[in-house]
Write a protein that binds this ligand. Structure first.
Ligand code: FAD
Length: 291
């Protein structure tokens, strides 16, 4: 199913994100995790793409597994930073052959010292979006950044660029993780003022360990944290179970507040952890109209 059809048929939409294994030999382990996650009530599941790495072929494999073996609507991430246009075409044919109909079109981070853009390559995700739309047969999502993409001078310019991506054909947007809902509301208002009217789904990450807190600061490009959250984290930094419970409770609260403020969707960065995902969804699934 095309994800834009899901957004048109219900509100809010609930989705999960998983990542592929770093080593091919761990593929079956990740497939087992995906199967467990698919038993939870959700509308679609996405799988990330390791930019340029040798494991990038595992992304279409897992997306195909979601679609063909588990019957879950799959969203395959695709980054173009290290791909030429012919390579993208062959990725699109591969995804189509596997029955995958949804792509999150991304530029990816530019690797240090890498040639960029490649001859016959891409500079921005909007160019990839336009190419996928020209190829045809896919619903295309794009990434967005409530607290500004780190390469952008300011949020205004970043949203002008986001509008280019939507004009190129992005059907919906998924946000970078955030912990302060006010940052999301402010961003959503700015998007509407700039003429962006596609659904924006809120990316939320449950922080359940001290390691994750550190990694999040790097991954998110510095998402801001409300003081209630930092206080509870610092109080419990040496108490793993309390930290886990606090991280889960925080996301559940974020979801209740976002849904009451009319969010289009919630996208949970599961970190391949079905237990945490289950605990969150069990607490909120009544809000999501699963028939
Ligand atoms: P773009 O939309 O191209 O934007 C990149 C920068 O260029 C921004 O600062 C933007 O303002 C600017 N820009 C865009 N168009 C123009 C223009 N015409 N003129 C001037 N400036 C412009 N990374 C991975 O490697 N694999 C993944 O699976 C992955 N999944 C992600 C999922 C989500 C929901 C998010 C939020 C991020 C994800 N990322 C992933 C990270 C992402 O690849 C990086 O943040 C990357 O640096 C930017 O990608 P983008 O698609 O947002 O790029």
């Amino acid at each position: 199913m095309y994800i834009n059809e899901i957004f048109h048929s219900k509100k809010p939409v609930l989705s999960f994100e998983v990542f592929p294994p770093k080593k091919t030999e761990n593929l079956n382990k990740v497939k087992a995790t995906v199967a467990e996650l698919s038993s939870i009530n959700i509308d679609y599941m996405s799988v990330t793409y390791g930019a340029g790495g040798s494991t990038s072929k595992l992304t279409p494999e897992i997306a195909g597994y979601m679609h063909n073996d588990l019957g879950v609507t799959a969203l395959s991430h695709l980054t173009c930073v290290s791909l030429t246009r012919p390579q993208v075409k062959s990725m699109l044919s591969d995804l189509k052959d596997r029955g995958v109909r949804n792509i999150l079109a991304l530029r990816g981070d530019i690797p240090d010292g890498a040639e960029f853009p490649l001859p016959d390559g891409y500079r921005y995700a909007s160019e990839l979006t336009a190419d996928i739309k020209r190829f045809g047969g896919f619903c295309v999502g794009g990434a967005c950044y409530p607290e500004c993409h780190p390469d952008s001078d300011n949020i205004d310019k970043d949203i002008d660029n986001l509008k280019r991506k939507v004009d190129a054909g992005a059907d919906f947007l998924v946000t970078q993780m955030f912990f302060d809902n006010n940052a999301f509301y402010d961003f959503r208002d700015r998007c509407v003022k700039k003429g962006i009217h596609v659904p924006i789904t809120a990316g939320l990450m449950p922080l359940t360990s001290a390691n994750q807190v550190e990694r999040m600061c790097v991954l998110s490009g510095g998402a801001s944290m409300p003081s209630a959250f930092t206080k509870i984290l610092s109080k419990n930094i040496d108490n793993p179970e309390a930290l886990r419970q606090a991280g889960i409770a925080y996301v559940i609260n974020q979801i209740f507040e976002l849904v009451s403020n009319d969010v289009d969707g919630i996208h949970i960065y599961t970190m391949n952890n079905p237990d945490t995902a289950k605990r969150i969804v069990t607490a909120v699934d009544g809000l999501f109209d699963f028939k």
